[in-house]
Design a protein around this ligand. Structure first.
Ligand SMILES: NC(=O)c1ccc[n+]([C@@H]2O[C@H](COP(=O)([O-])OP(=O)(O)OC[C@H]3O[C@@H](n4cnc5c(N)ncnc54)[C@H](O)[C@@H]3O)[C@@H](O)[C@H]2O)c1
Length: 300
């Protein structure tokens, strides 16, 4: 039995991940700023501040596998908060890597397939292209990735980077700055207008959260070393396509078009051949995922 720690375990991706992990045999620890009101049975909860060195050292002690899902920036706020990202998130991630090196633990770093690559001439985007982020969030992830890879090269650590595309599903909150499907469904169900930046042609790679968590869980247990993997659906969908699927459930959906934003790359979808080779799985289709999420939200 292994000890598995999830940093940021109350968040959208990591709370879902914790739920997936407890279905296995391992001892699962969830660390966040607060113990959640709604606890997941069998999970060991740890409370504290990731940026407190003493707390971090104690939390990672004795862990075999650590998922790192704490980031205080997002694509929407990073061009204002970049200094915080480089001086705090990046530095604390270096400290985390150093502690995990000492403890001989494996780490899975949650990076961003939607932002590290920036504008690329060819789709789908392979892991091997030169990443060219256009916002500080993507660049913060890339800086962290490079630091992590140097640990692997110099210290023979087993740190893995997973570039997640655009996850959606239960637990998401578009008001934090990302999540078009979440916004379309929640605003549509509330009878509010869905805001679209630009003309709706922006293409993203949406992946259902359960698929993300199944892959992450599998990846954590996998003894084979590899450093970077795209975790995406392998297919691009425009906002217009999302809106037309959502309209199938909410026919009176109202849409408001706003000027495009400089932080939005026009098209991104990830090549997922490496993912499918290492972790063959049947991914949820966009239509089924939106339907599942719509039904979940309707019951709340
Ligand atoms: N959501 C996405 O679309 C997406 C896509 C790709 C990658 N990622 C990455 O995946 C990770 C998780 O993303 P998310 O959207 O689920 O994030 P989230 O904001 O929902 O969750 C982050 C969690 O970290 C916790 N946290 C923040 N500061 C902390 C601190 N000082 N100490 C302890 N806990 C702290 C928060 O309380 C929160 O529960 C992040 O690293 C993010 O960059 C997210």
């Amino acid at each position: 039995m292994k000890k598995v720690l999830v940093l940021g375990g109350n968040g959208f991706i990591c709370r879902n991940l914790v739920k997936t992990l407890v279905q296995g045999e391992d001892e699962v620890y969830s660390f966040d700023l607060h113990i959640p009101e709604k606890k997941i049975p069998k999970v060991h909860y740890l409370e504290g501040d990731f940026f407190d060195d003493y707390v971090l050292k104690n939390v990672v002690q004795g862990m075999d596998i650590v998922y790192h899902g704490i980031c205080t920036l997002n694509p929407g706020n990073s061009n204002d908060k970049y200094m915080q990202g480089y001086t705090r998130d990046l530095v604390q991630t270096v400290k985390l890597c150093d502690l995990l090196r000492e403890n001989n633990a494996r780490m899975i770093f949650l990076s961003s397939g939607g932002t590290v690559y920036g504008k690329q001439p060819e789709m789908p985007i392979k892991e091997t292209v030169l990443p060219r982020p256009i916002n500080h969030y993507g660049n913060l992830k890339l800086c962290s990735e490079n630091m992590i890879r140097v640990f692997n090269v110099q210290n023979d650590t087993d740190f893995r980077i997973v570039r997640i595309s655009n996850p959606y599903g239960p637990g998401q909150d578009y008001q934090k700055g990302v999540g078009f499907i979440d916004a379309a469904l929640k605003r549509g169900l509330a009878g509010e207008k869905v805001q679209v930046y630009g003309d709706g042609s922006v293409v993203r790679d949406y992946i259902y959260i359960e698929d993300v968590c199944n892959v992450l869980a599998h990846m954590g247990m996998d003894p084979g070393k590899h450093d970077i993997i795209n975790l995406g659906s392998g297919r691009g969908a425009s906002m217009q396509e999302i809106l037309s699927i959502v309209k199938g459930f909410i026919p009176n959906l109202q849409v408001e078009y706003l000027p495009g934003r400089s932080v939005d790359v026009p098209e991104i979808y990830l090549d997922n051949h490496r993912l499918m080779k290492l972790y063959p799985s049947k991914l949820t289709t966009l239509e089924d995922g939106i339907k599942k999420y719509y039904e979940y939200l309707k019951e709340l």
